[in-house]
Design a protein. Structure first.
Length: 511
């Protein structure tokens, strides 16, 4: 097995036993990036020199007897998370050459733990999107099928993990941006509760739902990363004082868990095979000792409309700071400031950012505020109350992450409404600030893959033939598990036992 294919847990064991060094591990990841990223385009920046230096430093720390689950582990960071001295673009032309003078809190914590930052990953511009096609630097390609999107907006992070360019990556989730690409790329993606991990140093999108979290190869790896990045931060007053449990130590069984299955998450129009795979996954959780309880969340149908009023409102305010003067202004341009103001915003932002600025400005304007923004906030409160009520009766909710699997590049990019509907099952937990995880739960045969006889919902992974094991010809499906506020531990526990009882996470794309 190649070193870059290791999980965090496995790599830490090998580092601890002195079987490998962080330098070797880091070089293996950098070599993998060089080998395949021209096809996938997951990375916007690779900082080889800094990574090799960090790896040597981690090896020195280990040699002195220091230990730590992330000490010397190579990772990639979504490019809307600030990294001191390494450019952060948010995949926008307006920030093309922006270098932050400080690290985001989550990056600072990773560095203190000794993680090695390999570079920065592609995303939809300012994290607006579900496919990573809105990047000003071109789309990322899905490792399972290079003609398809990796999901978004943390598409670069998810694709990089799936293609073993790093051992884990950080993403941000505002309305599904960790979970959707995790499901499309067949990796684990954890959106923590709002306020569980610090937003300090994230390029703000929707400040009332933004939250950073891990994309990883296994649930246990996600738990390890989460234990490092979680916690109260005096630089983000919305972080909670809630105690951070040692997540990776709490990964016991599903037995006895009450698992709610909301009927509103299985709807007409979703991909049939996705529905089948998720239902098979729920049956598996029952077999593992979970108690399946049908529940109802009738306000689910309002989640997308409410999200697409609140989100553009906050975006129009948050993006106002990019006025073409403080950021992204070249000296040559700086002659006529009035002209520059319009020109820079005009050319600096892509079409989706502009659309959201206009939508947000409209719904916040006098005369429309009450009808749209205020109304949306009231419905949001209903959505929160409904989740809280149902989650007082069950421990977790099990649903599909996305209504479909990775679609073709270009298939939805001209139809914003279709793209927004990708968020149908993920926006609710974001509006309510609840933790949610996406874990691989099957592979389907999309149209054009008929020659492959893969059976969907086949959770007896050990019956797979060689081609199926490699994943060739199939696209991953994600199971979403939503939990109570600040109870990441329980969703990870359920996800982990499901994962270990199945083989989905072991498949690798053929590249
Ligand atoms: N698809 C959502 C959107 O476009 C996801 C955003 C996110 O979570 N960053 O708003």
């Amino acid at each position: 097995m190649k070193l870059n294919e290791l999980t965090v847990k496995e790599a830490n064991e090998k580092l601890t036993k002195r079987e490998i060094t962080s330098l070797e591990l880091t070089k293996a990841c950098l070599a993998r990036i060089k080998e395949i990223d021209n096809k996938i385009k997951a990375c916007l920046t690779v900082c080889e020199k800094e990574a090799l230096e960090a790896a040597r430093e981690a090896d020195r720390r280990r040699a002195k007897g220091e230990a730590g689950e992330l000490l010397g582990i190579p990772c990639l960071i979504k490019d809307n998370i600030l990294t001191k001295g390494i450019r952060t673009t948010a995949a926008s032309k307006i920030l093309e050459n922006y270098v932050a003078p400080f690290d985001a809190t989550v990056v600072k914590k990773l560095k203190e733990a000794g993680a090695v930052i390999l570079g920065k990953t592609n995303l939809d511009e300012f994290a607006h999107g579900a496919s990573t096609e809105n990047s000003a630097f071109g789309p990322t390609h899905n490792p399972w099928d290079l003609n398809r999107v990796p999901g978004g907006s943390s598409g670069g992070s998810a694709a990089a993990v799936a293609a073993d360019m790093c051992l884990f990556a950080l993403g941000t989730d505002t309305g599904g941006s960790i979970r959707c690409p995790a499901s499309f790329c067949g990796v684990v993606g954890l959106k923590p509760s709002y306020g569980r991990s610090s937003r300090f140093g994230l390029i703000a999108m929707t400040s009332s739902t933004d939250v950073p979290g891990p994309l990883a190869k296994t649930v246990e790896d996600a738990a390890i990363v989460m234990s490092v990045i979680a916690g109260q931060d005096k630089l983000d007053s919305t972080t909670a004082g809630e105690k951070v449990p040692g997540y990776s130590q709490k990964l016991d069984s599903i037995k006895g868990l009450k698992i709610g299955v909301p009927k509103e998450y299985f709807i007409k129009g979703m991909e049939k095979q996705v529905e089948e795979a998720v239902k098979a996954a729920i049956a598996k959780m029952e077999e593992l000792g979970g108690e399946i309880i049908p529940v109802s969340l009738p306000h689910t149908k309002y989640a997308v409309p409410v999200y697409y009023i609140i989100t553009p409102s906050e975006i129009s305010s948050n993006l106002a700071r990019f006025d073409g003067i403080k950021y992204g202004l070249s000296e040559k341009d700086a002659q006529n400031l009035a002209e520059i103001y319009f020109k820079s915003r005009g050319k600096g932002f892509g079409p989706e950012a502009k659309r959201r600025i206009m939508l947000g400005t409209y719904v916040l304007s006098a005369g429309y505020y009450d009808a749209y923004y205020l109304q949306a906030q009231k419905v949001r409160t209903r959505i929160i109350q409904e989740f809280d009520r149902v989650l007082s009766e069950v421990d977790i909710l099990a649903t599909p992450t996305s209504p479909d699997t990775a679609f073709k590049i270009g298939e939805k990019s001209n139809d914003p409404m279709q793209m927004y509907l990708e968020d149908i099952f993920v926006s609710g937990a974001s509006l309510a600030g609840l933790p949610a995880i996406s874990v691989p739960c099957g592979f389907i045969n999309p149209i054009g893959y008929k020659e492959n006889k893969m059976k969907c919902g086949d959770i007896e992974g050990n019956k797979l033939n060689e081609k199926q094991k490699s994943g060739a010809g199939g696209l991953p499906v994600g199971l979403q598990i939503i939990g109570r506020r600040f109870d990441e531990a329980t969703i990870m526990r359920a996800a982990r036992e499901f994962e270990q009882a199945t083989e989905w996470h072991k498949r690798k794309p053929e590249l």
